[in-house]
Design a protein around this ligand. Structure first.
Ligand code: NAG
Ligand code: NAG
Length: 234
């Protein structure tokens, strides 16, 4: 489960010239409130090594006694190894989140390795409250994100070995497609210890229980039979 304080999707459009000053003040206060909630809370200690076995539920994980913290709590291994790309889209994500690197707890960062076969796709997805940056180590990826309503503008670019890009601002739908005939490897940096992901096709077509096919048919302006077919694919 990911940690999300994001209420920053509320949009404030303020014309400072025409609007009364007390309304502006209220809007500014609302914006700063929104901003403070949209950030991770600052840790109150140098570190808080996650105790993954605790039965106490808090946001993130309970801290292990800092006196028992050891260098091994701050390292994870194996990012040099490719993930398993034997799936219909041909991609693998190898996470180094708080569960793999317990020292990340409360600190608001993590990494993942991405592997993508030639013409493989990391399907359209989003991280509800997390910004993602990416550097390509091998091959090249076509990476894009789509802005929110009303523009739905696509920002896409080909990212080659050695390039670094903003793969997605917080909460926007994005994808990575291997544009080349060689496999691609990338490292993604995420602004959360536990980013969480919503795969767009799964959210629509493989929810549990399924979303009524009539609702999906209407939403996508497709025939119910096509929806039933799509739902059967997952
Ligand atoms: C890779 O994933 C496929 C599909 O889930 C599985 O059948 C296969 O055993 C996996 N290979 C390895 C090396 O884990
Ligand atoms: C019609 C429908 O359910 N669309 C959803 C598809 O998935 C995206 C991402 O999860 C949602 O934002 C849409 O509402």
């Amino acid at each position: 489960m990911n940690v999300c304080f994001d209420i920053s999707h509320s949009h404030f459009q303020i014309d400072a010239v025409t609007i009364a000053s007390h309304v502006l003040l209220f809007a500014l206060l609302a914006l700063s409130f929104s901003y403070s909630l949209a950030k991770y809370p600052s840790p109150l200690q140098d570190f808080c090594v996650a105790d993954l076995n605790s039965n106490v539920f808090v946001i993130g994980f309970v801290c292990k006694n800092p006196k028992h913290a050891a260098p091994d709590d701050f390292i994870a291994h194996g990012l040099d190894k490719p993930g398993n790309t034997s799936n219909p889209q041909g991609f693998a994500v190898t996470p180094v989140f708080v569960e793999q690197l317990v020292g990340l707890n409360t600190l608001g960062v993590s990494l993942a390795r991405l592997d993508c076969i030639p013409y493989g796709l990391i399907v359209n997805h989003y991280h509800p409250c997390v910004t993602e940056i990416m550097t390509v180590l091998e091959g090249k990826l076509y990476i894009g994100f789509v802005t929110s309503t009303p523009d739905f503008k696509l920002f896409a670019k080909i990212v080659k070995k050695g390039d670094m890009c903003l793969s997605s601002p917080k909460g926007l739908v994005h994808f990575q497609f291997n544009y080349g005939a060689k496999k691609a490897v990338a490292i993604s940096g995420l602004g959360s210890q536990d980013p969480g992901v919503v795969l767009v096709p799964n959210a629509n077509f493989s929810s549990n229980p399924p979303i009524n096919d009539g609702i999906l048919a209407k939403a996508f302006q497709l025939d119910k039979k096509i929806i039933d077919y799509l739902q059967s694919k997952f």
